[in-house]
Ligand binder design. Structure first.
Ligand SMILES: Cc1cc2nc3c(=O)[nH]c(=O)nc-3n(C[C@H](O)[C@H](O)[C@H](O)COP(=O)(O)OP(=O)(O)OC[C@H]3O[C@@H](n4cnc5c(N)ncnc54)[C@H](O)[C@@H]3O)c2cc1C
Length: 378
């Protein structure tokens, strides 16, 4: 039967939209080129950070505040802790930068946060070396998200509400004319039709929607899972927060899986997709960067010997704002993409927003920063 909505891409955003659409009573079919979750996708890793800070950009802090209750509700509905709130420590090396700007926004929005001086950091988080640090910002509502488990849970919940899922089915062409989108052709030539189409194919969205020329830049982002050489218990989430040193471009997680903890970077990686899906080899430069970061800020970890790399791709727009909109010149096409390396925390909200847009033509979230027409004339 022809579904009301065909969702292309079963990553965090696609399955979240499918869940909300099914909850709103729509018939939904999700196509994915791989498994759900797909470990080669942007959401294809164990953990992602949930943080409310966004420097002086209060818009994204407000968005994270809107997303937070949806995560807590998802934890309840899924019956598992997909979002783990153990707080986030952001170490600042100077006054007046990102951390101070974030702190100001959190205070203005009455969000619980502390600006810690060095003795306080030492008392509460003794694993960090405070010598290179000026102060730290700790906010309690932050934590980490089990990324692939969330994708699996949302897909499961969507299917419980009636959504259908078709795996290993890669959309290769969007069939569109003046009237709108007529169908999506898969790699084997089969055409899939629906009343409405949502494209949420993560980093692959740009090539799939080439007719619309969305300015999405794909980069390979390096991550590393390391095993603390000693005292592993000290780095468990009960004792150790999610952390970041923005000026060093590095953030990390407590021990979360098989005794490993994760380090990742805010810096933009090299352009393009890896040669193979799910590649795990990180560059020697990234390994060196992580090691020297640890020696400086968490010295007991600097001598790690066991590590595993992980590459994930992300797609980013020129202004780094997301794309959540109707596709230009189509009445029945929608797109949710460009979530860069910050989007996972918004997944429940993105799904809800796209479902509202498709079902009712408008959303509770103000979409002015996410519209496609902002790229016109570029
Ligand atoms: C290294 C890294 C670290 C990050 N860290 C954080 C973080 O700490 N906190 C945070 O909030 N966010 C973080 N993010 C961002 C977040 O992970 C992404 O914004 C989010 O996962 C995007 O989800 P998505 O559903 O748009 O894309 P994806 O997860 O990539 O899903 C796209 C799906 O579409 C499928 N697909 C693709 N093409 C086709 C096709 N042609 N036909 C059918 N199916 C197709 C894919 O198989 C995939 O399942 C990070 C991202 C990266 C890369």
């Amino acid at each position: 039967m022809r579904p009301n909505v065909l969702v292309v891409g079963g990553g965090a955003m696609g399955v979240s939209a499918a869940y909300w659409l099914a909850k709103m009573g729509r018939s939904v079919l999700v196509l994915d080129r791989g498994d759900i979750p797909n470990s080669a996708a942007s959401s294809g890793d164990h953990v992602r950070i949930f943080q409310l800070t966004h420097g002086k950009d209060a818009f994204y802090t407000d968005l994270a505040c809107k997303s937070l209750p949806l995560w807590l509700a998802l934890n309840d509905e899924a019956g598992e802790k997909l979002f783990h709130q153990n707080g986030m420590l952001e170490l600042a090396v100077k006054d007046g930068g990102y951390e101070d700007q974030s702190f100001k926004v959190l205070q203005e929005m009455n969000i619980r946060a502390e600006r810690m001086d060095k003795p306080e950091i030492r008392r509460h988080h003794p694993m960090f070396d405070v010598r290179p640090v000026r102060f730290a910002l700790f906010h309690h509502d932050a934590g980490y998200i089990w990324a692939m488990r969330t994708v699996a849970a949302l897909s499961h919940l969507a299917q419980k509400k009636g959504a259908k899922v078709k795996l290993h089915t890669e959309a290769s062409e969007v069939l569109a004319d003046k009237e709108g989108i007529r169908g999506v052709r898969d790699r084997h030539g089969k055409v899939w039709q629906a009343d409405n189409y949502l494209f949420a194919a993560g980093p692959w969205t740009g090539p799939l929607l080439k007719k619309w020329r969305l300015p999405l830049k794909v980069t390979r982002q390096e991550q590393m899972h390391i095993m603390p050489p000693t005292n592993r218990g000290r780095y468990r989430p009960e004792h150790f927060p999610v952390f970041a040193v923005r000026s060093a471009g590095i953030y990390g997680f407590p021990v979360h899986i098989h005794g490993f903890m994760k380090l990742s970077t805010y810096l933009v990686g090299p352009p393009g997709f890896p040669a193979t899906d799910g590649a795990t080899k990180v560059s020697p430069q990234f390994e060196r960067k992580c090691r020297s970061f640890l020696k400086k800020f968490i010295p007991d970890l600097g001598g790690f010997t066991e590590m595993e790399g992980k590459l994930c791709c992300s797609a980013t727009t020129p202004d780094k704002d997301f794309i959540m909109d109707r596709l230009p010149d189509t009445a029945n096409g929608f797109v949710a993409a460009g979530f860069s390396t910050t989007g996972m925390k918004f997944a429940p909200l993105v799904g809800k927003t796209m479902a509202e847009l498709i079902v009712g033509g408008r959303s509770e979230v103000n979409l002015h920063r996410f519209r496609v027409h902002r790229f016109r004339g570029r």
